[in-house]
Design a protein around this ligand. Structure first.
Ligand code: F6R
Length: 242
């Protein structure tokens, strides 16, 4: 694992954007695995800026998002499809038909999971998977537990995760109870993983993920099994690493 800690937010964001743009310069058809949440927003803003300046192009890129809530209309502002359109896709030269987010409104969510995995199997693996980290060590919506699911699957969200995401909804009751998420095995198939973490409130999770035992109690600890992980931390997030 290559772990970098940044004092400066601009450097943190620029380093992530440079990694993605370098990949797209080498391989304009690269497949990107993308994440939502608050952490990658600065990175997406930077990529939009670089795209406007002609420094990076997404014209031939295909993207696969990690996850989506079950049961939120696609145009609901908090659906991950709406998030991605608003935070990135609508502002860069990507072909929207080449962007994929699991369909949280599929009539048969289990079938949607199988279809998503089949698509990744057929067209993947992704070249670079962007990840954020949950306070409980989750990646995607792979929550801690006695076991983990390898492939894309429907998951019941833990209270801690629903509480953390309640800030985006009028009330906790409005936060969906289920989501579709790529599984840990799907995530680990990516050629490279780029994990971004910000904030002192995530320092404990960072320590468990990067330095703790590999355990299903901390799904992100499985990243230690991957041969090509780059971790970008701000000072708060890295504060418990020695
Ligand atoms: C988002 C996702 C989640 C988030 C994580 C951190 O697609 O899969 O695992 O990356 O919950 O969220 P933020 O960045 O909001 O702290």
């Amino acid at each position: 694992m290559n772990i970098f800690t940044f004092k400066d937010e601009e450097q943190f964001v620029q380093t992530g954007a440079n990694l993605i743009s370098a990949l797209l310069h080498t391989n304009p058809r690269a497949k990107l695995g993308l994440a939502t949440g608050s952490t990658p927003i600065g990175l997406y803003n930077k990529l939009i800026e670089m795209n406007r300046q002609g420094l990076v192009s997404f014209a031939q890129t295909t993207t696969y998002n990690l996850d989506e809530y079950v049961g939120l209309p696609e145009n609901h502002p908090e659906s991950y499809r709406a998030f991605m359109n608003e935070k990135l896709f609508n502002h860069v030269d990507i072909n929207i038909e080449n962007t994929h987010v699991p369909n949280g409104n599929a009539a048969d969510p289990e079938e949607e999971c199988r279809n998503y995995d089949n698509m990744l199997e057929q067209f993947g693996p992704v070249d670079l998977q962007l990840l954020g980290l949950g306070h409980n060590g989750h990646i995607g919506f792979n929550e801690p537990g006695e076991s983990l699911n390898g492939g894309t699957h429907v998951v019941e969200l833990q209270e801690k995760t629903r509480n953390a995401n309640a800030r985006f909804f009028p009330s906790l009751d409005d936060v969906p109870t289920h989501a579709i998420t790529m599984g840990v095995a799907t995530i680990l198939k990516a050629r490279q993983i780029l994990l971004l973490v910000r904030g002192e409130d995530k320092a404990e999770a960072v320590k468990r993920a990067l330095k703790g035992p590999i355990t299903t109690d901390c799904p992100a600890s499985l990243l230690q099994c991957h041969p090509n992980v780059v971790v970008l931390l701000d000072q708060g997030a890295g504060s418990l690493l020695v």
